[in-house]
Design a protein around this ligand. Structure first.
Ligand SMILES: Nc1ncnc2c1ncn2[C@@H]1O[C@H](COP(=O)(O)OP(=O)(O)OP(=O)(O)O)[C@@H](O)[C@H]1O
Length: 704
């Protein structure tokens, strides 16, 4: 590793622009290398100023006057490095897990053709409601397995259950339908005052709200059965009022449920004598992020609630614990001592040995691109542009949905701003978290300035207020006048990775790899659901991160498509067009330029905006530093691929439109006297210190 803070300075020394002479000087101190290189290329080592017409010449060190907080001019040296030089070599040259593109990959999570809900013992009223109102005709394989156990099977049907099946295979209905069916089959008049029969716990507010919607939709056919939602961010007072009115199913997030169990007397009364099922959806996630303690406290309280086996003899005589997830190997054992004992595993995995895993749906097309850090942002733009071009070519009036997963809230904020407000041509639809692109917007290469871009950008992360989170997700998942037939692009964190069942998400882009391979499966599981098609695109950095492919290979037995970021993404997006500079029209006759020139112009537009817009610059700085901190929170057995010391911080900063060196960023980020004392701290040590803090806080998006 070089001695320059991981910041390999890259200068491509131009004789004349376009006639590039790129000399690579290696070894020794970077300052010496720089001086030698400049001597070799006949350049004086005096600091270059921004050339008179404001044109930042690529590959030169420029001095830009900036003002510090007290208005004093501060010389701020920046590196305007070329996107395409001095990038680390990409080792993955061939695809050793190539997908057979000629084969037809039958959906692996689609409903079964042979079986019927009736034959599996589902109550008739529910079967008709599923078919007529929910347009659900046939059970999926996991539903068949669970119904056979919970509805038809006699022996052990009241044992604890671990339901394990692929993403998008209908696990929610797999556990909830039998509960409602057995209540209806009692032929005993029950209503909201009869008590609570089931508690369903989910790790995020969004997932809990979604499960609540499914339960409400299903119980529409038996309106006397009432679900109730308890999640953080909502008013506890109104929740208490709903509990006092009575409900038969409680769905919620761990923190809020425990809060009510400890402080709201009426909920314990609701559960006593009637609580028969406790479901932990996304059970493995509930055992991470500090939920375990809360789950244990919830169960300790529930296990003290009196159970009356005679009141409803057709229902289980004990509390049946159900654990549900698409990923859960060792987690089951861990959860066993918290929730499950002597449980029955119902799984649709192809291989039954204990540590087998669920794979990605067969019909999901996984693509992988190894992208040098400097080119991440512009390659993301080209990837989104490719999806948008397909949306426009489809011309089927359907709404396309794309989700872009990023490592942290700050990075979501930066990318959302970078794409949705790069000019005045946009309108806010839901607060600040949904923007409709107007005619004239040119952020993506395929946008023509005289046509409606048909794109809405969204942001979703755990730091947004609950009402904004709810309304943003509502807008993204429902077709309405603003969204119908458009391309909806959501930048989000892992708060949207689990369980969310959003109508036909066409593509999932993992701009930042997940913090665990299970999260990778859940993220891409937002697409290709219930037999539908879907695509996923994973970005990896050259070098150690390429080893991550071996880690996720078991999840992709059908293989993946390996892309070349330049030939397969950048070139198709940026060729045959002319990307205009944001500060002046340097191409009045719209000459078609080379794709790399267009890509560079596009990126310089972002860099220029970072330079000129202090708000955007602070977003970029926060995003960069938070991203590096988040980088340190990959789980321990995957840290080999994600080590901060392997990161080229200077190149990575560029993918946030930043030109300052990392050390400059560290100092700029200090905002008060206290941290100013630390500004002298070596930036690398500061980043490691912040990373250790992040790991300790294990700050998560799953604030519940
Ligand atoms: N039998 C069925 N036939 C058709 N569609 C179904 C069926 N069961 C569920 N679905 C639909 O499949 C989608 C996925 O269901 P669900 O969210 O329960 O999957 P999941 O297995 O819980 O996914 P995840 O692992 O991501 O949480 C939903 O839109 C649901 O309405």
């Amino acid at each position: 590793m070089s001695d320059d803070d991981g910041m390999l300075l890259n200068f491509d020394t131009n004789g004349e622009f376009g006639e590039r002479i790129v000399e690579k000087v290696t070894g020794g101190r970077w300052k010496d290398r720089r001086r030698l290189k400049m001597m070799v290329n006949g350049q004086s080592n005096k600091k270059r100023r921004v050339e008179k017409d404001g044109e930042e010449s690529i590959g030169k060190k420029v001095e830009v006057e900036t003002k510090n907080r007290t208005g004093v001019a501060v010389a701020n040296s920046q590196i305007v490095s070329s996107l395409f030089t001095s990038n680390r070599e990409i080792c993955t040259s061939s695809n050793d897990n190539a997908r057979d593109e000629t084969a037809v990959h039958k959906p692996s999570n689609a409903p079964l053709s042979g079986d019927t809900f009736e034959s599996l013992g589902v109550q008739e009223l529910l079967v008709n409601h599923l078919k007529e109102k929910m347009r659900i005709q046939k059970p999926t394989s996991i539903q068949k397995l669970v119904f056979s156990h919970l509805l038809v099977g006699e022996e052990g049907r009241d044992k604890d259950l671990f339901i394990n099946a692929q993403t998008g295979s209908g696990k929610t209905l797999a556990y909830f339908l039998p509960i409602v069916s057995r209540i209806l089959q009692m032929n005993v008049r029950v209503d909201r005052k009869s008590g609570c029969f089931a508690l369903i716990v989910a790790p995020t507010r969004e997932l809990a709200s979604q499960i609540y919607s499914v339960t409400a939709m299903l119980t529409n056919c038996c309106h006397y059965l009432v679900p109730c939602l308890l999640i953080g961010g909502e008013r506890k007072k109104s929740e208490k009022a709903r509990l006092r009115k009575g409900c038969n199913f409680v769905i919620g997030t761990p923190g809020r449920i425990l809060d009510h169990l400890q402080n709201t007397q009426v909920i314990r009364e609701q559960f006593s004598h009637t609580l028969k099922y406790v479901v932990l959806d996304e059970g493995d996630k509930l055992m991470e992020l500090g939920f375990e303690e809360t789950i244990r406290d919830i169960l300790n309280i529930l296990h003290k609630v009196p159970v009356n086996a005679d009141k409803y003899p057709q229902l289980p005589s004990r509390i049946v614990h159900v654990l549900c997830s698409a990923t859960m190997q060792n987690g089951a054992a861990k959860l066993g001592d918290v929730a499950l004992n002597d449980y029955k595993l119902l799984s649709t995995r192809r291989t039954k040995h204990d540590d087998a895993i669920n794979e990605a749906p067969d019909q999901l097309l996984q693509r992988v691109a190894v992208v040098p850090p400097k080119l991440r942002l512009v390659t993301l733009a080209s990837g989104l542009d490719e999806i948008h071009r397909k949306h426009k070519q489809a011309k089927n009036g359907e709404t396309s949905r794309t989700m872009v997963f990023l490592s942290c809230s700050d990075s979501v904020e930066f990318h959302y701003e970078a794409f949705s407000s790069n000019d005045a041509y946009h309108r806010n639809l839901v607060g600040e978290s949904v923007r409709l692109m107007d005619k004239g917007n040119n952020i993506l290469p395929s946008f023509s300035t005289d046509a409606d871009p048909e794109v809405l950008f969204y942001k979703l992360h755990g730091s947004l207020s609950q009402p904004i989170r709810t309304s943003t997700l509502e807008s993204f998942s429902k077709d309405n006048a603003s969204t119908k037939g458009k391309h909806l692009i959501m930048f989000c964190t892992d708060v949207a990775s689990r369980g969310l069942d959003l109508p036909h998400v066409g593509t999932v882009v993992e701009m930042d790899p997940p913090f665990s391979t299970e999260d990778h499966l859940h993220r891409i599981g937002r697409t290709a659901r219930a037999g539908q098609s879907g695509e996923a695109l994973l970005f990896l950095l050259p070098g150690e991160e390429e080893g991550y492919l071996d880690k996720i290979k078991p999840y992709h037995p059908k293989g993946w498509r390996l892309l070349k970021y330049d030939q397969d993404l950048l070139k198709p997006a940026f060729q045959q067009t002319s990307v205009k500079r944001s500060d002046k029209d340097d191409n009045p006759d719209n000459t078609i330029r080379e794709w790399d020139t267009n890509a560079t112009t596009w990126h310089l537009n972002v860099e220029r905006r970072v330079l000129e817009d202090p708000t955007f610059k602070s977003l970029a700085i926060k995003a960069f530093t938070s991203h590096v901190r988040a980088y340190a929170t990959h789980i321990s057995d995957e840290k080999a691929f994600f080590k901060i010391k392997f990161l080229h911080l200077g190149h990575l900063a560029k993918s946030f439109g930043l030109r300052e060196r990392p050390k400059g960023i560290g100092a700029q980020n200090s905002s008060d006297k206290e941290s100013n004392k630390k500004a002298k701290e070596n930036p690398k040590n500061k980043i490691f210190r912040l990373a250790r803090m992040a790991v300790k806080e294990s700050v998560s998006e799953f604030n519940y």
